[in-house]
Design a protein around this ligand. Structure first.
Ligand code: HEM
Length: 406
């Protein structure tokens, strides 16, 4: 239950704002301790530029579902404010769109992500996961051997991206994903913008090819149903690029999830003994260390949220990862506990923008985390995990492991 708002919570708190700046300035291992401090010091933090930052579960859950809080484009909510100038366009990017465009865009692809549609991918995901998991011995880096290749393969198969193009696209997608980072240095910003342009150019060509030679894949369906769905060329290209980048990002829940298991050997042993706990373990991985840590929304009208007056146009930032560790919502929230059964986390956000690929991400994770203990009798860290220096996303660059046959 959200407690009443105290005057201290609604003002600008310079110490809390400095703390927030340190969280976004560089991703560090101490991120979760900082979220706790922020939630305690200023659970409703209004920064000096008027942005409201939320760290309590109830407040974040309300904000992400609020009808009057719309999409926030990264160019606007980023303080650097320069990405938009160098990007091709932000038209047609689902998470940055509002109705009626958002409704039209989402409807055009939703049928590919229903529970039934995802279930039909199970056999193919399993086959590929088995190959990747078996190949772990040769690589030793879980991200390079399993997480990235699996999610790349699954996303590319679903969309219909030719196999030969996938390695190039994977690199470009990884760079483009940094678009959502609020603070970026010039070289990263230039790489991000260049990557976004490359993705658009690539998907423009591929979609033209799908028009000439349709295949049984999502891009061909999107292209052939354009009249019916009312999407223009740029929107279809943007949708394709968005789905590709978002799909590849599922790699990071696999990395963060395995890392949590490695850091908590008793929980890994429990999962090994009880494969029936895999689905519950995947939910706990998502709660405990989500790949998307923060979600921004913009007030479409003046509104009241958590007892606060919000002006039209103001930004509201829901720190989803902090909400998932709110002690008022989850018992002993910093404990990784695969049999925890305390209701939903916010890692897939909520409301109109609820993650379209949540079922597909869960399917991949359930298959990987049931295959890993079945194939490898022992899995242990073989060096420090390397976290990318980001704050909106929490992504591992590498996760070195040593495996021993079952
Ligand atoms: C574990 C992995 C994943 C996580 C943690 C995740 C998280 C999220 C979150 C937090 C949002 C909300 C964005 C917002 O509120 O504006 C979102 C939206 C979205 N996700 Fe995911 N996602 C994951 C995997 C995937 C996959 C595999 C796909 C498949 C292609 C996907 C496609 C999308 C799309 C298209 C949206 C935008 C939906 C909209 O704005 O209507 N995601 N995701």
């Amino acid at each position: 239950m959200t407690s009443p708002v105290s005057p201290r919570e609604i003002g600008v708190d310079p110490a809390a704002e400095a703390l927030l700046a340190s969280v976004v300035a560089d991703a560090r291992e101490g991120q979760y301790a900082t979220y706790h401090r922020l939630r305690t010091m200023a659970p409703l933090l209004r920064t000096s530029n008027g942005t409201l930052v939320l760290t309590r579960y109830e407040d974040c859950a309300t904000a992400i579902r609020h009808r009057d809080l719309g999409a926030a484009r990264p160019t606007v909510w980023s303080t650097h404010g320069r990405a938009g100038a160098s990007l091709h366009s932000l038209v047609g990017i689902l998470p940055f769109s509002d109705p009626p465009d958002h409704t039209r865009l989402r409807r055009a692809v939703a049928s590919a992500f229903t529970a039934d549609a995802v279930e039909r991918l199970r056999a193919s995901v399993t086959r590929h996961a088995e190959t990747c998991v078996a190949g772990l011995a040769d690589h030793g880096d879980f991200m390079a051997a399993v997480a990235r290749p699996l999610t790349l393969h699954v996303t590319a198969e679903l969309l219909g991206v030719p196999a030969a193009d996938r390695p190039f696209l994977a690199t470009v997608a990884q760079a483009a994903a940094a678009l959502v980072e609020p603070f970026t240095d010039e070289p990263t910003l230039a790489r991000t913008a260049a990557a976004a342009r490359e993705l658009y150019a690539y998907f423009t060509d591929v979609l033209a090819e799908k028009r000439r030679h349709p295949a049984p894949d999502l891009l061909s369906r999107l292209e052939s149903s354009r009249d019916e769905s009312g999407l223009d060329t740029l929107e279809v290209v943007a949708l394709a690029a968005t789905l590709f980048v978002a799909g590849c990002n599922a790699a990071h829940m696999l990395g963060n999830g395995l890392r949590a298991l490695l850091d908590t050997p008793a929980q890994f042993a429990l999962l090994r003994r009880r494969p029936d706990l895999t689905a519950s373990a995947v939910e706990e991985m998502l709660r405990y260390d989500p790949p998307v840590q923060v979600m921004a929304r913009r007030a479409r009208t003046a509104l009241t949220l958590a007892g606060l007056e919000i002006e039209a146009g103001a930004l509201v930032v829901a720190v989803l990862a902090a909400a998932n560790r709110d002690p008022d919502r989850f018992t002993d929230p910093d404990r990784f506990d695969i049999i925890r059964d305390e209701g939903p986390h916010l890692s897939f956000a909520g409301g109109a923008h609820y993650c379209l690929g949540s079922q597909l991400a869960r399917l991949q994770a359930e298959i990987v985390f049931s295959r890993l203990p079945a194939v490898w009798g022992r899995i242990e860290p073989a060096g420090p995990a390397v976290l990318r220096p980001e704050s909106t996303m929490r992504r591992l660059q590498s996760l070195p492991v040593r495996v021993h046959a079952a």
